[in-house]
Design a protein around this ligand. Structure first.
Ligand SMILES: [Zn+2]
Length: 336
């Protein structure tokens, strides 16, 4: 794919893009007031400001909640959250990607899924020593891992190589009948666990979040029922130590593969971070089999506060983005 953009109508300012720049391209399409010139392989964009802004926002490196990098200055970040005034319906006002054509989550309709017999099994080999801390950033509960070398990796499945584990986090609802981001045949689960990995063929994480093949997320649904997945205990025990926004506690010696369900069956598609700036760089691997949690365990997530210690308690709930249009994308399954 070759296309370009022109600043104003001056063809000398045309920048050529290839499929390497897919995220940029989608941004270009989103830039307001664009004009496709018939028979010519570029688009004239009359107003470049939103495009500049979008790329600036990307410099923060990864959806803030999917990954907030505390060392990066916050100069481009905009207030966003899950409430009416700053919720998913309004993210596009600051983050142009949010209206892209490769957004996540999506609804998976099992009748429309394409079984791909060439899809390989996936493997995770995680080093328990890579686990560092658990924290509450006011939008999710997250466990952070050391990703300075290939010590905890995901490979196989649809992935072209190994991907390094960077963090895991959860999405949940205000009650047990919703809370997941992906929806399967109309079913919303109580929660969804995301294990985020990046492709070390790119020099660092900030670079990976700009690349089409930069990030892989393994997603696992949380379903309320019995018998309960006992391995969830370790994380939920620590929730008490990170009640308010900004709290962080050591979380050593943890291998997140203990959270996996029995079946390795998965769906896969190409999509985006589900938090701003919603970069379209994610190979999703969504496990068919949920893990089972108790109503008490879900209530523990809801006991977290989206406010800081010195502010009134505000329950951190409904930190999920609703399904986005699938457009032309195909969802593949590893199973019949
Ligand atoms: Zn997530």
């Amino acid at each position: 794919m070759v296309a370009g953009i022109a600043a104003g109508e001056n063809p000398e300012e045309v920048i050529e893009f290839t499929s390497e720049h897919r995220t940029w391209l989608d941004l270009c399409f989103l830039a307001v007031d664009q004009e496709r010139i018939p028979g010519v392989r570029f688009w004239a964009i009359k107003e470049l400001r939103p495009l500049d802004y979008g790329i600036g926002a990307m410099d923060n490196g990864g959806g803030d909640d999917e990954d907030d990098d505390k060392t990066t200055p916050d100069k481009y970040s905009c207030p966003w959250g899950y409430e009416k005034h700053n919720g998913p319906d309004r993210w596009y006002e600051y983050y142009l990607n949010a209206k892209g054509h490769n957004q996540s989550p999506i609804e998976i309709n099992s009748k429309e899924v394409h079984y791909d017999h060439s899809l390989l099994p996936w493997f995770a080999s995680y080093d328990p020593g890579a686990a560092k801390t658990i924290l509450n950033n006011g939008r999710t509960c997250k466990v952070v891992f050391d990703d300075t070398f290939d010590r905890s990796v995901l490979r196989g499945g649809p992935l072209p190589g190994i991907y390094r584990l960077r963090q895991l986090h959860f999405h949940w609802g205000s009650s047990d009948d919703h809370g997941s981001e992906h929806v399967v045949d109309g079913v919303k689960y109580a929660g969804e666990l995301h294990l985020l990995h990046w492709n070390p063929k790119h020099s660092n994480y900030a670079d990976a979040v700009r690349r089409y093949d930069g990030v892989a997320v393994l997603a696992i649904f949380l379903k309320v029922g019995k018998p309960v997945k006992r391995e969830m205990k370790r994380i939920l025990e620590e929730v008490g130590a990170i009640k308010s926004k900004g709290k962080e506690a050591p979380f050593p010696n943890f291998d997140p593969s203990i959270l996996f369900p029995k079946s390795r069956d998965y769906w896969t598609y190409h999509g985006s971070f589900t938090t701003p700036p919603c970069e379209e760089v994610i190979t999703w691997i969504i496990l068919r089999e949920p893990i089972v949690v108790s109503p008490d365990q879900m209530a523990k997530f809801r006991s977290l506060s989206m406010n800081s210690e010195n502010e009134p308690f505000r329950p951190l709930v409904d930190n999920w983005r609703p399904p986005q249009p699938r457009y032309y994308r195909m969802v593949s399954s590893s199973f019949l």
